[in-house]
Ligand binder design. Structure first.
Ligand SMILES: Cc1cc2nc3c(=O)[nH]c(=O)nc-3n(C[C@H](O)[C@H](O)[C@H](O)COP(=O)(O)OP(=O)(O)OC[C@H]3O[C@@H](n4cnc5c(N)ncnc54)[C@H](O)[C@@H]3O)c2cc1C
Length: 492
């Protein structure tokens, strides 16, 4: 009997990425999308290095990077005065030392192409209405262009955005709060002398203006306005607010594309209920400050797919999905907190704004913004709960830095897509006991330069998951191979 598919609800960036991940692992997928064609809305633009790595795991990063526009720095202004400037080219341990600016619809387009190349079909115009779980699967109630239909799947993943039907039908609370301000944006041909390859934050008593370069010489202007402000003509509101808050001339040539938003900070209290999972905006929404939502969603499913695939194929127990839920809840809480702090900082006035300005200048002066804030924004330094032993720049529960290999390529390229990899840094080839058939793969990495960049001793062994998270650090491959692993495979 053929394997029932995993049903993914929502063909946004998160559902598409999960679809690609699962197809790559031989898991059949149904990708259901209620609208009958891709959304045209102006949404995310910033993809950070760790988000690009998640796209790289489904073969989409190169094209996204080619279409995007590199942002090299960000500037914080209080009124007309620049308080701080952070540089992304100082990011270490990544092949993407920048923030990439690319409209979300283009990222989705690349992902759709990739999903189809892997043999997937997007079922546009098919809406999940309801579902019922039983011991071996989930029964779906769908509305389709041909009328109501039933369907059976093995697992159901709600990647269906902030107003998730899956979350709603599960009855999982989505708790948090909303910001009172209104937010508006216009993407277009803004005439300005502001550097096109940088992001610019202007915090003023009237609200914030954020300006970010887009591909093709365009810019995004994003503004907050008072909760009770009259927004009869959104494009005109953005134009006026931007002109007033920007210390250099800033004016729109032509029409541009305008959107109006309310911003929330909310999290689903559970991300797994039996055979039903939630990821992306269905599980967490936050302020667009720092561009984290799409990135966090991509990483949700990057951390899910390598666990879910063996569960679906009967090769792993369902309980490993609880580890996923625990990890990602921890990360999402941190992201909601960080973006909330940044949004509140934007809105301060009077003496509080003066204190903020002094602190920002101090943090810039001490090098804290480049050293701490930017790597965190880029999501490179996020660690999972219970982060443990540390050896040089490698921490259990943290991401393995990605560094160039002496023979060409990058360290992350050495990782296996299916299961864990044990990397042996120096100290010769893997011992035969550790390398005789089966998973995880054991790979020797012979490069004093790499060891020195990672600040680790020869003989250090590191166990790494397919999503580049370090699970254990030890002194030999045997140290890191549990009894349950069987033996490893030698690839040097
Ligand atoms: C103004 C703005 C700027 C942003 N900027 C950034 C940024 O710079 N960087 C960043 O990382 N994030 C940013 N974000 C957040 C980002 O846009 C979201 O996090 C991202 O869209 C989440 O993707 P998703 O796939 O989880 O959900 P969505 O993109 O919302 O996709 C969900 C899909 O599910 C479908 N669907 C819903 N219900 C059903 C159903 N019942 N049946 C079938 N299909 C269904 C929907 O039609 C939709 O296609 C921004 C958001 C906004 C609004």
């Amino acid at each position: 009997m053929s394997q029932p598919p995993v049903a993914i609800v929502g063909a946004g960036p998160v559902g598409l990425t999960l679809g690609c991940e699962l197809l790559q692992r031989g898991v059949p997928v149904r990708l259901l999308e209620r609208v009958d064609r891709p959304h045209p809305h102006a949404k995310a633009i910033i993809v950070w290095p760790r988000g690009l790595e998640a796209l790289g795991r489904v073969g989409a990063a190169d094209e996204v990077a080619r279409l995007g526009h590199v942002i090299r720095a960000q500037n914080y202004h209080s009124g007309p005065r620049r308080l701080a400037r952070t540089r992304f080219d100082k990011l270490r341990g990544t092949r993407y030392p920048y923030a990439l600016s690319i409209p979300q619809e283009q990222t989705e387009q690349v992902l759709r192409k990739r999903f189809r190349a892997l043999g997937g079909t997007i079922e546009f115009g098919v809406r999940l209405e309801d579902f019922r779980q039983h011991a071996d699967g989930v029964e779906l109630a769908l509305s389709t262009p041909q009328g109501a239909r039933g369907a059976e799947c093995s697992w159901l993943v709600g990647c269906d955005g902030a107003h998730s039907t899956v979350r709603d039908r599960l009855g999982v609370p989505f708790t948090g709060a909303s910001y009172p301000q209104q937010f508006l944006l216009t993407d277009g041909e803004w005439r300005t002398s502001l550097a096109h390859d940088e992001a610019h934050y202007f915090m003023t008593p009237a609200g914030v203006l954020v300006v970010v370069g887009l591909p093709g010489g365009l810019y995004r202007a994003f503004v907050s306005v008072a909760p009770d402000a009259e927004v009869a003509d959104p494009a005109e509101v953005v134009r006026q607010a931007a002109a007033e808050r920007c210390p250099v001339p800033f004016d729109l040539a032509g029409e541009g594309r305008t959107g109006v938003f309310r911003v929330h900070r909310k999290m689903a209290e559970r991300w797994r209920v039996g055979r039903v999972l939630l990821a992306g905006d269905a599980a967490h929404i936050h302020s667009p400050a720092g561009g984290q939502g799409l990135n966090t969603g991509l990483e949700d499913v990057s951390a899910l797919a390598w666990r879910l695939a063996p569960v679906v194929l009967g090769a792993a127990p369902q309980r490993c999905l609880d580890d996923w839920e625990r990890e990602r809840l921890h990360v999402a809480r941190g992201v909601v907190r960080d973006t909330d702090q940044q949004t509140r900082l934007w809105m301060l006035t009077g003496w509080k704004a003066a204190v903020r300005d002094t602190l920002l200048r101090g943090a810039q002066h001490a090098g804290l913004l480049d050293r701490v804030v930017v790597p965190r924004q880029a999501q490179l330094t996020l660690t999972y709960p219970g982060a443990g032993r540390r050896s040089g720049r490698i921490t259990e529960g943290g991401r393995l830095p990605d560094l160039p290999l002496p023979q060409g390529g990058w360290l992350h390229d050495v990782l296996g897509g299916e299961g864990d990899t044990v990397l042996l840094f120096g100290g010769g080839a893997p011992a035969p006991a550790a390398s005789a058939g089966g998973a995880p793969a054991v790979r020797a990495v012979e490069s004093p330069r790499l060891r020195s960049a990672l600040r680790i001793r020869s003989g250090t062994a590191v166990r790494v998951r397919p999503d580049a998270v370090v699970t254990r650090v030890g002194r030999s491959a045997e140290d890191l191979l549990g009894a349950a692993d069987g033996a490893g495979q030698e690839v040097t």
